[in-house]
Design a protein around this ligand. Sequence first.
Ligand code: ADP
Ligand code: MG
Length: 309
Amino acid sequence: MNKRIVIALGGNALGNTLKDQMESVKQAAKAIVDLIEDGHEVVVSHGNGPQVGMIQMAMAEYHKANPLVPMIPLSVCVAMSQAYIGYDLQNAIREELLDRGIEKGVATVITQVRVDPLDKAFENPSKPIGYFMTKEEADLEIAKGELVKEDAGRGYRKVVASPRPVEIIEIDTVKALLDQGVVVIAGGGGGIPVMSQGHHLKGVNAVIDKDFASGVLAKAIDADYLIILTAVEKVAINYGKPDVKWLSEISLEEAKKYIEEGQFAPGSMLPKVEAAMDFAASGKNRYSLITLMEKAKEGIDGKTGTIIR
Ligand code: ADP
Ligand code: MG
């Protein structure tokens, strides 16, 4: 049976530099096209941590050199990162499709995601982003009204809120492209966070978690599978300990228990498991899979990875 699948690519699928990225997306494209070749409909989402950091730093340097030019807002940097990563991904996927004799359009949709201005995350911005600053640079930013915090002894960084995604603005466009058989790349970097003010969408200084945004995307397109591809083949309990246990399947009840036990690290595996649970709980035939990029096809065939059902 052909499935509708959202594939969320983690940082390891994109690398840290332009050169890394061009190499890594070739591997990602193979994994993605394996699924397309089997007849599945695919929407690709991805993270953007290093890329948005790089863009923001470049923009900050530009601003420093030309103080009359205002700083580029983070929401614009996220938009740039979507285009920059989408450009590489869509070309790599196109090339892999053609190499296998498959004629299909591939398109990146610059995607905005609505957040709730009353989201509790705005009361406690905690996500460090971008470049490291000295105390002096930090004080200048603070004087401008920016929120800056010391980050684990490494220097000062801006911190932003990480609100939950509520709704994907371009969802009908994504669906229309899917219905035309186009391979869609959407929701990159968790989406550009926006608040709606009547008809106007206002960019927000925040970063949405890409795993949560991918879950919202998967629900909205009525996907069968949410596949989160990352740097581990399976989710574990007692991760990093001698008695580590790799899990092939987790029920919603077990997942809740493991979260209470603190089995999943907050900045890395926890959002994946939470997004996976939320999607799996949202419909009868909805499954989530967490595995390595190169194992996506085996995972869908039930041979590896961790299934959350
Ligand atoms: P991504 O860029 O794909 O979002 P992250 O580094 O944020 O990747 O999250 C994946 C990482 O989570 C794994 O590489 C692993 O080091 C870490 N991790 C934390 N807790 C667990 C766990 N219980 N089981 C498996 N991996 C875990
Ligand atoms: Mg992550």
